[in-house]
Design a binder for this molecule. Structure first.
Ligand SMILES: [Zn+2]
Length: 425
């Protein structure tokens, strides 16, 4: 079979193939979508999206369709579903001389109840933008030669949305690999923030909304992964923080090196700040989730690109130009080593990141899947009799929950990782 390949960049070049004499001859076409994207926090040792240059990444799981262009109807001949892992449609039979339209959206679809929408909207409210606000890319194509298979690559030019869409696709790719667990009936909406990046939860709706900063030329991929991680943690086990006011005014356990105004949302917490334990768990989880998106479990290392400054103890040099590369296999035991007393029911994000990563990777026999980790937090709802568990997900309650769920060495692994990372307070 003859193969004809065509690559076009939407908005830059349009290739119109002039229809030949009308004929019922058959051809086949496969469209492959690509997102032009750039991540400035790349090349720090991670395994996924390792280039910091502009790169055309496959539109994995992008919600797409192929229409036949016909007056008043435009019947769908394939689609209303996600592209494959390689970002392509299957080979679809078409007729020579007819015009077709390939439509790709900044929506990713894992299955009929799991979506991540990338929304072209900066409004930071709950009332607008669902289910609208995504971007549509249309490409028209007319096959001219019979018995030919056309492979058409369509590249969506770089915008904030095309920077985020590959991350959303990669998350479903990692779900397919078993690295990530996102339950059925999960819709996550991610939209631009003009200020800082954050996630919020609307318990009245069946979707999760997150905001991520960035611009049309580049984004920090670990930030987007982190914020989506908050939404996933909330969906799995209400694993989100709610109180970030336990601020310790000591140099190495605060965020004073970023901003001394602790009332500003972006500086209430950072990787090294001592926080209420639930805030530390929630932020550590989101860091862990983002690390999982961009690192393979099978590799011996794991790297997280932290997006705020880090104030190290002398003689180490402070990181003042993020991304700050974080070796997530390194148990810092930051709270125990760098903070003053007051460990009970408190935590440090860095320690919790190391805890989750260690639990997920270290012991080949007894390590936990993402879902097995989340089930412990879900179980705490059943063992915690405190009325204020929204503020305190205590270590002893987590251990009790793990003991309820797992036995033998599997359970012991939970306690061991707690001790290794220093979150067992
Ligand atoms: Zn966060």
């Amino acid at each position: 079979m003859r193969i004809t390949t065509i690559t076009v960049c939407l908005g830059v070049a349009v290739i119109l193939l002039t229809p030949s004499v009308a004929s019922s001859a058959e051809a086949h076409v496969s469209f492959c979508g690509k997102w032009r994207s750039q991540y400035t926090d790349s090349g720090i040792g991670e395994d996924v999206f390792t280039s910091a240059s502009t790169y055309d990444r496959p539109a994995q799981y992008a919600y797409s369709s192929i229409y036949e262009v016909a007056p008043g109807t435009d019947p769908v001949i394939w689609g209303h579903t996600g592209l494959a892992e390689n970002g392509c449609t299957p080979l679809v039979e078409v007729e020579v001389g007819k015009q077709y339209r390939f439509r790709m959206r900044t929506i990713t679809r894992y299955d009929s109840s799991r979506y991540i929408f990338v929304q072209n909207d900066t409004a930071e409210d709950w009332t607008t933008g669902y289910p609208d606000g995504y971007v549509i890319y249309d490409f028209y194509f007319t096959p001219t030669r019979a018995s030919v298979s056309y492979l058409v690559t369509v590249v969506a030019g770089k915008t904030w949305e095309t920077n985020i869409a590959p991350i959303a696709g990669k998350i479903w790719d990692r779900q397919e690999d078993g690295a990530i667990t996102i339950y059925s009936n999960t819709t996550i909406l991610i939209r631009k923030s003009t200020a800082y990046s954050y996630a919020q939860y609307d318990s009245n709706n069946d979707w999760y909304r997150v905001w991520s900063g960035g611009n049309t030329t580049s984004v920090k991929k670990f930030v987007a992964g982190h914020e989506i991680g908050h939404a996933v943690g909330d969906r799995l086990a209400d694993l989100h923080g709610s109180n970030y006011t336990s601020y310790q005014p000591t140099t190495l356990c605060s965020c004073d090196h970023i901003d001394t105004d602790t009332t500003t949302d972006g500086c209430q917490h950072c990787l090294q700040s001592r926080e209420y334990i639930r805030a530390g768990e929630s932020e550590g989880w989101a860091h862990y989730f983002s690390t999982v998106v961009f690192n393979n479990r099978s590799s011996q290392d794991g790297w997280f690109g932290y997006y705020k400054d880090i104030n190290y103890a002398a003689p180490a040099t402070d990181c003042t130009s993020p991304p700050c590369p974080i070796d997530v296999t390194d148990d810092k035991t930051w709270m125990e080593d760098q903070c003053s007393d007051g460990y009970a029911d408190r935590g440090v994000e860095w320690d919790w990141l190391a805890f989750f990563w260690g639990l997920w990777t270290e012991d080949a026999t007894n390590r936990y899947t993402m879902n097995q980790i989340a089930l412990v937090w879900d179980e705490v709802h059943d063992v915690d009799t405190e009325s204020n568990h929204n503020e305190l997900w205590r270590w002893e309650d987590l251990v009790q929950a793990a003991d309820n769920l797992y036995t033998g060495y599997k359970f012991e692994e939970f306690e061991e990782q707690g001790g290794n990372s220093g979150v067992d307070h």
